[in-house]
Design a protein around this ligand. Structure first.
Ligand SMILES: NC(=O)C1=CN([C@@H]2O[C@H](COP(=O)(O)OP(=O)(O)OC[C@H]3O[C@@H](n4cnc5c(N)ncnc54)[C@H](OP(=O)(O)O)[C@@H]3O)[C@@H](O)[C@H]2O)C=CC1
Ligand SMILES: N[C@@H](CC(=O)OP(=O)(O)O)C(=O)O
Length: 369
């Protein structure tokens, strides 16, 4: 679609990390974006990328990136970029992303720092791209008001895996009243080098700091709409139909792909049957795919019929990890319906989400060179 010289120049912040590396792999041959600058910590700045990063992707480092020198994450080094993708450590993402926004850059972030900001969209691109509608208010409330700069976040990777099927079910059958979720999360979710092998091999760790609270809170922002009162917009936090969520999070010895067991109760009585649920999940299509975002998956939710799927090792690369896999849709004797969901935590759980969000923003004219 875009010729090489018409592509948007983009930067990657946190370019040496797990998510940053996935950004680089995905952006290497992107139809809209071309990598122009890479940022990381002072430890990496000044080094050529291959010396700064411990590269762990299946594909080799793209040739153009091999010659790039890593920069400090200062906006002046990224002045020629229109967009930056952030895979920054949350300890530093807040201040750095705010500085990039103030310098009129469009920031698409994986970090948690701005997810709760009342003017920052928290977008899982397969379901709530409409929340981009908050950007003009975010820009106008900034001092001084911004013309091009903004921050868009994407969700926690565990939230992403189950909020997509939840959105599909709410679209088909109305509000969900309660939801119980248990996660089995991959080691790569903890970044590189992650947990020591002696902690995670032959083991399950039943605690991931802050994760359960994030899942329970983020889901409400993502599934809620945007309300408007006296011209002021606000995320409605699913408050018109309160949704109760209980999450239990576990780290398991899987390298990539978060698997989750989910049980839901619908407000509607009688509830839909397992077959109706399966059909609704299959029928669900994202606006991002309909609009033509190049990275959006054809199957937003792929429903497995085999009794032992999805499995992270077998299913995490299906559709380049950009969709959500669901299986074992069946009746729940306590709530209404239960199923298994699996999503690639580094792809749709992280870098792919930011990239689809940015593609959508390009197609909607929200990003200008
Ligand atoms: N991994 C996953 O599945 C998911 C991760 N996330 C979020 O994405 C972000 C990145 O995660 P992940 O890639 O796993 O983390 P990593 O620990 O693998 O990478 C962190 C990155 O941040 C950089 N960094 C650290 N300190 C500084 C600093 N002071 N200034 C500038 N850059 C710095 C590192 O650079 P250097 O190499 O120089 O130290 C590195 O590039 C986090 O906020 C995480 O919570 C979100 C969803 C899923
Ligand atoms: N907490 C996730 C990864 C992560 O970094 O999440 P967040 O971006 O919400 O901090 C995991 O450990 O698998």
């Amino acid at each position: 679609m875009h010729h090489e010289d018409k592509k948007f120049k983009v930067g990657v912040l946190g370019a040496t990390g797990t998510v940053g590396q996935r950004f680089i792999s995905l952006l290497a041959e992107h139809p809209y974006f071309v990598i122009h600058a890479l940022g990381a910590s002072q430890r990496s700045a000044g080094k050529k990328y291959p010396q700064a990063a411990t590269w762990k992707q299946v594909k080799p480092i793209p040739s153009a990136v091999r010659e790039m020198v890593v920069l400090e994450c200062k906006p002046e080094h990224f002045a020629e970029c229109s967009v930056v993708f952030s895979g920054l450590d949350a300890d530093v993402a807040g201040d750095i992303e705010a500085a990039f926004r103030a310098a009129e850059l469009s920031v698409f972030s994986n970090a948690k720092n701005f997810r709760r900001d009342p003017n920052v969209p928290l977008i899982v691109p397969l379901i709530n791209t409409s929340h981009l509608g908050m950007i003009p208010q975010q820009q106008s409330l900034h001092a001084p008001p911004l013309k091009k700069g903004f921050i868009v976040t994407n969700a926690n990777c565990s939230t992403t895996a189950f909020v997509v099927p939840l959105a599909a079910l709410e679209k088909a059958f109305g509000p969900i009243e309660s939801c119980i979720i248990t996660t089995m999360q991959a080691i790569s979710g903890a970044g590189y080098p992650g947990l020591p092998s002696l902690d995670i091999l032959d083991n399950v760790v039943p605690y991931i700091s802050g994760e359960e609270e994030k899942i329970e809170w983020e889901t409400l922002k993502i599934l809620g709409g945007i309300s408007e009162d006296d011209g002021v917009k606000a995320f409605d936090m699913h408050s018109r139909h309160p949704l109760r969520i209980s999450a239990s999070c576990n780290r398991v010895p899987v390298i990539e792909g978060h698997t989750e067991t989910v049980s839901v109760r619908f407000a509607r009585r009688p509830p839909p049957s397992p077959q109706q649920v399966r059909e609704a999940l299959v029928a669900f299509t994202s606006d991002a795919y309909a609009l033509g975002c190049p990275s959006a998956p054809r199957h937003t939710v792929f429903v497995h019929e085999e009794p032992d799927r999805p499995q992270p090792r077998l299913d995490r690369d299906f559709q380049n990890g950009a969709g959500v896999c669901v299986g074992r849709v069946r009746q729940c004797r306590v709530l209404d319906i239960k199923f298994v969901a699996m999503a690639n935590n580094v792809a749709i759980g992280a870098a792919t989400s930011s990239i689809i969000n940015a593609e959508f923003a390009v197609l909607k004219g929200l990003i200008t060179p």
